[in-house]
Design a protein around this ligand. Structure first.
Ligand SMILES: [Zn+2]
Length: 341
């Protein structure tokens, strides 16, 4: 298969007029050559942090404080989950996953509540779709029998030493939220030597030096941080120490659209457009434990093809800037994934 247009290629996300040649789900060549097509081709997204399990509670509780919305066990989110059937929850998750897939996301890293049953529900919801789940389960460490990793809520919420050790024994990653509301849980989270951290809004330089020493990627979810009123992380500072990936966090709080997350980050946070695109693609593959995320020979062919002549994108003079700041799901012509994505 040959895909032509403006190709966003390499780890520096430069655009090049030419074509990508794909065979058996792998990129076998990226060639610079004059082409007729105005399409724009870039690596498919990795949504590096989601909670799709609360898809059932989208836009609930406008009048409520965040605490009365999400705090366990009586927050509205938990009431709505308790009142809904397993089938309805799975159906709601499936709609979110379908939306993510058609919006150019090839892989998502989900923190799944409810132990083994929660992970099983996610697997049911994703069955038959082309989007790849990386499920971080929680609860009893036996969740690691079915999950791809262990995803802890936060170091102030309990003792996660046993879960951490169990993940190590299972050869699976351990990840944890840290520094979302304040810095009080960051050192304890780092003591667990996690494979990735989520949020780090309140990270200080001493924390980040530990992060750099241990080479731990961080996932940020800036739109979620605004909804939960914790403020924004200093993403450019975090990037000085480690890999930073982008996730959309709880479906109940934000639409799981990587286009929306990228546009927001590009406009709020003093990053270059290639840096933002890196966070939404290559950096996420590191968190997901995958290869790829860039368009280069030998990489898996997970590609999004945008219609560069859509009413929205026609005439855009900088393809990377157009992807990051302007494009949306309506501009997608095609998402190319390997058969076994
Ligand atoms: Zn989270």
């Amino acid at each position: 298969m040959i895909i032509e247009g403006q190709i966003v290629t390499g780890a520096d996300f430069r655009s090049l007029e030419g074509r990508v040649v794909v065979e058996d789900g792998e990129i076998v060549a990226v060639e610079a050559t004059p082409v007729e097509s105005e399409d724009i081709v870039f690596p498919a997204f990795v949504n590096a942090h989601t909670h799709v399990g609360d898809s059932i509670a989208k836009e609930a509780g406008r009048e409520l404080s965040l605490k009365s919305l999400v705090a366990p066990p009586d927050g509205l989110k938990h009431q709505l989950l308790a009142e809904s059937s397993r089938e309805d929850q799975i159906a709601a998750m499936r709609r979110s996953l379908s939306f993510m897939q058609s919006g150019g996301t090839a892989t998502f890293v989900d923190f799944r509540e409810e132990g083994i049953a929660g992970v099983a529900a996610l697997h049911e919801a994703v069955a038959g779709l082309d989007i790849k789940p990386v499920a971080f389960g929680r609860g009893d460490p036996t969740v690691l029998d079915v999950a791809d990793g262990f995803g802890a809520s936060g170091a102030n919420d309990g003792d996660f030493a046993a879960s951490r050790a169990a993940a190590q024994d299972a050869g699976k990653p351990f990840a944890i939220h840290a520094g979302e509301r304040d810095a009080s849980d960051i050192d304890a989270a780092l003591d667990l030597e996690p494979d990735h951290l989520v949020h780090m809004v309140y990270a200080e330089s001493a924390h980040l030096e530990r992060v750099a020493d241990m080479d731990i990627p961080i996932v940020v979810s800036p739109r979620s941080n605004l909804v939960t009123e914790v403020g924004l992380p200093s993403i450019s500072d975090l990037r000085k120490y480690t890999t930073v990936a982008l996730g959309t966090d709880n479906v109940m709080l934000n639409s799981p659209s990587m286009f929306r997350e990228m546009e927001f980050v590009a406009k709020c946070c003093e990053l270059t457009d290639p840096e933002v695109l890196d966070m939404a693609t290559r950096a996420g593959t590191e968190v997901a434990g995958q290869q790829g995320g860039i368009i280069e020979e030998g990489e898996p062919a997970r590609l999004v093809v945008l219609d560069g002549e859509s009413d929205n994108l026609v005439g855009a003079r900088d393809p990377v800037r157009a992807i990051v700041r302007r494009a949306g799901r309506d501009d997608i012509k095609h998402v190319q994934l390997p058969a076994n994505n």
